[in-house]
Ligand binder design. Structure first.
Ligand SMILES: CC(C)(COP(=O)(O)OP(=O)(O)OC[C@H]1O[C@@H](n2cnc3c(N)ncnc32)[C@H](O)[C@@H]1OP(=O)(O)O)[C@@H](O)C(=O)NCCC(=O)NCCS
Length: 179
């Protein structure tokens, strides 16, 4: 795992009033608006979220959002996650996700689900295998889970309900299926 190259980096939680700033990071990293709008839409639905950011010299250069899921007790979603293009590949994304997972654990999260690159999320212990019990509207190796509490997902199987803003309930209006 790479280490952040700058000593000026700081990691912290952000408030809802900073999500508009964070949106610019998502828009530049993803090159589109969907992920940029997502954090504010989730908060607008009334969900309690955990929002974390990496700053350099007081400027937000990376942002990640955790939000609650319906399903197994203490399950949270991670996403979107983005590092501004000029700062990618220097360890900031890894540091931020690690920080966020630690805060999530302190807040009582027992498991975290993510849709993303296994080569990035595998370093934290996320695996598609752990997510197998979830009934979700997408399939494949990119849908992964991490147990923050050992065996938190063992024996659980059922529908995983995302905040509406994720659009999960629009992707497949039929029976939920396993990843
Ligand atoms: C993905 C992202 C959050 C990673 O943050 P980052 O600060 O660039 O990543 P880090 O420097 O901490 O880690 C880089 C490591 O992750 C891997 N990695 C980074 N981005 C990756 C990606 N999109 N796919 C696969 N692996 C990736 C690198 O190979 C590198 O591995 P190494 O440590 O073994 O060399 C960032 O690059 C980003 O915002 N990308 C565009 C938006 C995006 O795709 N977000 C979805 C996240 S899945």
């Amino acid at each position: 795992m790479s280490t952040p190259t700058t000593e000026r980096l700081s990691l912290r939680e952000t408030g809802p009033d900073e999500l508009a700033l964070a949106a610019t990071v998502h828009a530049s990293a993803f090159g589109r608006d969907e992920e940029a709008r997502l954090p504010m839409a989730i908060v607008a639905e009334g969900h309690e979220v955990l929002s974390v950011a990496a700053e350099i010299d007081g400027f937000i250069v990376a942002h990640a959002l955790f939000s609650p899921l319906g399903g197994p007790e203490g399950a949270w979603a991670l996403g979107p996650v983005a590092v501004a293009p000029d700062h990618q590949g220097g360890g900031i994304g890894s540091a931020l996700v690690g920080f966020g997972l630690q805060r999530a654990r302190e807040r009582g999260a027992r498991s975290v689900f993510v849709l993303g690159e296994p080569s990035f999320y595998g370093r934290f212990g996320f695996s598609a295998e752990k997510a197998r019990g979830a009934w979700v509207p997408w399939r494949g190796e990119m849908f992964q889970a991490l147990e923050l509490v050992p065996d938190a997902l063992v024996g659980w199987s059922g529908a995983l309900r995302y905040p509406h803003a994720f659009g999960a309930d629009e992707v497949d209006s039929g029976e939920p299926f396993r990843s």
